[in-house]
Design a binder for this molecule. Structure first.
Ligand SMILES: [Zn+2]
Length: 312
């Protein structure tokens, strides 16, 4: 009996130990799993944080890039400083900036190809002769850039430069989607109260050797605005000379033209500047060069300064 009793106790003890061990093991596994789960939760949290940081970085970067673009559009800091110190100088000398009080309307010629401007309008006030509201313009034969784009690029830069010099400036269009006729552009310039109206264009020719710049003014016999000939011609001369001196293009002088509706509808001295030939390799390539564009813009602005300085 005693032996059997011992056996039973032994077996029970082994069973109890196995049971306890099992329970212990299970508890340990459960604890380990909990640890693992909480470790995974931690990991997930830190991943989420990383993702948020990443997003914040992208937003910050985008904002910085936008800021830089603004800076580019608004001119470099150095330029701004130069403008500020020029203003201070002007204030100290008690002489107003060159352009003070004068208003300039700028028309970036043409518009995007997707805008239909084929409807007709009179070529001048009271005229029976009709012309398309606006034409499509030429195109860079070598750069592939359409004239309407170049005209807008230079016009915007010129507007900024003239504002720096103390002028009030208006652009007849600020994008390539604006449907506005040549007559309407001239009337906008008049509504603005412009002192002068500057139409920015680039030339095209079947002869790829044709190069250089010219301005166009109404003649003294213009049926609509003969009275504006003298001042327009003076403006045309001042601008073409200063422009070619600044950028080095060959000077084709001032042409007289009375068949341009955008000129004939003007109520203030008006010129067209043909900045260069987009069908000439050298002209076309140079006119798309950012540094060269600065010289172009400086030249036009210098011509305008000289026109007003001469008492016009
Ligand atoms: Zn044109």
């Amino acid at each position: 009996m005693k032996i059997i009793h011992k056996w039973l106790i032994g077996i029970l003890a082994v069973l109890a130990a196995a049971l306890l061990g099992g329970i212990f093991f299970q508890v340990k596994v459960t604890l380990d799993m909990r640890k693992e789960v909480s470790a995974m939760k931690e990991q997930k949290k830190s991943l989420e944080l990383d993702i948020k940081k990443e997003e914040a970085f992208v937003v910050e970067q985008a904002m910085t890039e936008m800021g830089e673009q603004d800076k580019e559009q608004g001119g470099s800091e150095q330029e701004e400083e130069a403008a500020e110190s020029a203003e201070t100088e002007a204030a100290q000398n008690d002489t107003p900036a060159e352009g003070n009080g004068k208003k300039i309307a700028i028309d970036p010629g043409h518009q995007g190809y997707h805008i239909d401007m084929s409807e007709l309008e009179p070529v001048g006030p009271g005229s029976q002769e009709m012309k398309a509201k606006a034409t499509q313009g030429t195109e860079g034969r070598f750069t592939g850039i359409p004239e309407y784009e170049l005209n807008l690029t230079i016009s915007k830069q010129l507007a900024m430069e003239l504002q720096k010099r103390g002028y009030e400036v208006m652009l007849t269009r600020q994008d390539n989607d604006t449907a506005i006729s040549n007559r309407e552009r001239a009337l906008l310039a008049a509504d603005f109260g412009a002192d002068i109206y500057l139409r920015i264009h680039a030339n095209g020719s079947e002869n790829p050797d044709d190069s250089g710049a010219l301005t166009m003014a109404p003649s003294a016999e213009n049926p609509y605005i003969a009275q504006l000939h003298d001042k327009s011609y003076a403006l045309g001369e001042a601008v073409i000379n200063a422009y070619c001196q600044s950028c080095g293009f060959s000077n084709r002088g001032v042409m007289l033209a009375d068949n341009m509706s955008g000129t004939n509808w003007s109520k203030v001295p008006v010129i067209i500047l043909e900045m260069g030939f987009m069908t000439n390799q050298s002209d076309d390539t140079k006119m798309q060069n950012a540094e060269f564009q600065v010289q172009m813009v400086q030249g036009i602005a210098n011509g305008i300064d000289q026109y007003f300085a001469a008492g016009n």
